[in-house]
Design a protein around this ligand. Structure first.
Ligand SMILES: [Zn+2]
Length: 266
């Protein structure tokens, strides 16, 4: 016989009592707009590790992004297997290299942060999602004795973040810098309250089982949006007639099919 989950009931009641404080999963992410200077401070989660690493698959069909079962949990991942099969095939089919790179998981890092407001108050916690370069920056600072204490609440530094578009690059560039001046984040009472509101970092990304990932790949390969298939699998761009395009599409598809058969051991 089941019992109610007391902890989740308490959360529901507290959300009802403090509607402003209850945050949807989406609202927890730090959204960084281009050309606006942000100042952040790190909050330390319960396990003492504010730089959490995840491997995420993006660009697989309409899925926004999900955790790679293999890289995160050492469980089978059909998307990785397929991406590697394309990668290994890139000598014969150079067009596969780009697709393989798109499909392979991307290393992402998340850090709970407080965000400095114009009036000098701090808003948060929010969760900042960033890539490997910024992570490397933090590690360099942490291992540099002049900067190693930058994460401290009482004598740390504000993290300055600026995103901007550079030329015709698709993704914006992000500059990260530490304030030269040390400062105090808040009173210990404030910080304790903020720390308590840090969400469970392991539950923020979409987790899929190996079976679900296999389905996602099958859907992606079936290409619901037919016209995009040619681009996905890199058809021969020099062919312009409908029939040759059809041919190349078919050969691409049969190759994809073959890869699937290999995957499922058919
Ligand atoms: Zn994977």
């Amino acid at each position: 016989m089941r019992e109610l989950n007391v902890k989740s009931m308490q959360q529901k009641i507290s959300d009802l009592e403090n509607p402003k404080k209850s945050k949807s999963k989406d609202g927890i992410w730090l959204k960084i707009e281009n050309d606006i200077k942000y100042q952040l401070r790190i909050l330390i989660p319960e396990d003492g590790d504010p730089w959490r690493e995840f491997h995420v698959h993006y660009n697989v069909g309409k899925n926004f992004g999900f955790l790679c079962p293999k890289a995160n949990f050492d469980e089978p991942c059909a998307v990785c297997d397929f991406a590697w099969s394309l990668w290994n095939d890139r000598k014969d089919h150079p067009e596969n290299e780009k697709i393989a790179k798109q499909l392979l998981p991307t290393k992402r890092f998340i850090t709970p942060v407080m965000v400095l407001q114009e009036d000098g108050s701090w808003e948060g916690p929010k969760v900042w999602n960033y890539g490997n370069n910024i992570y490397q920056y933090f590690m360099r600072k942490y291992t540099d004795p002049d900067w190693t204490d930058f994460w401290r609440y009482d004598s740390g530094r504000n993290i300055k973040v600026l995103c901007y578009k550079e030329g015709d690059k698709y993704y914006p560039t992000t500059d990260v810098d530490l304030a030269p001046k040390e400062s105090k984040l808040g009173t210990s009472k404030q910080i304790e309250a903020w720390e308590k509101e840090i969400p469970n970092l392991d539950e923020l990304f979409n987790r899929k089982t190996s079976a679900e990932v296999k389905l996602i790949l099958e859907e992606y390969l079936a290409g619901e949006d037919g016209a995009a298939d040619e681009d996905k699998y890199g058809s021969n761009k020099s062919t312009s007639s409908a029939s040759s395009r059809q041919e190349s599409q078919e050969s691409e598809l049969s190759r994809v099919e073959q890869s699937i058969r290999e995957l499922i051991g058919d």
